[in-house]
Design a protein around this ligand. Structure first.
Ligand SMILES: [Zn+2]
Length: 91
């Protein structure tokens, strides 16, 4: 099973294998962590035990996800370049 950032969700094993470059493989623990964070109450999350490996894997996936969608929506790099050319008022 894998997570496709471009498709915006989980893919089955077969689809993941067909699009290796576009999907991030997710193991059971990382997938469970993602589901729990989305669904469970904060007091339940506090009692959860998570391996550092799964936490890192999910953090990296979510960072890539954010980057992908923010960049598509706002073309952030282009905006930052334009911002450098804008004249700012003296305060
Ligand atoms: Zn499939």
């Amino acid at each position: 099973m894998g997570f496709s950032i471009a498709a915006g969700g989980l893919l089955c094993g077969r689809c993941t294998a067909q699009h290796p470059g576009e999907t991030v493989p997710l193991d059971g623990e990382t997938l469970a962590l993602l589901r729990n964070l989305a669904e469970k109450e904060p007091r339940v999350l506090k009692r959860m035990k998570v391996s550092p490996r799964a936490a890192r894997a999910l953090e990296s996936l979510l960072e890539k996800y954010l980057e992908y969608y923010l960049e598509r929506k706002f073309h952030t790099k282009h905006i930052i370049r334009s911002l450098k050319k804008v004249n700012t008022l003296n305060e």
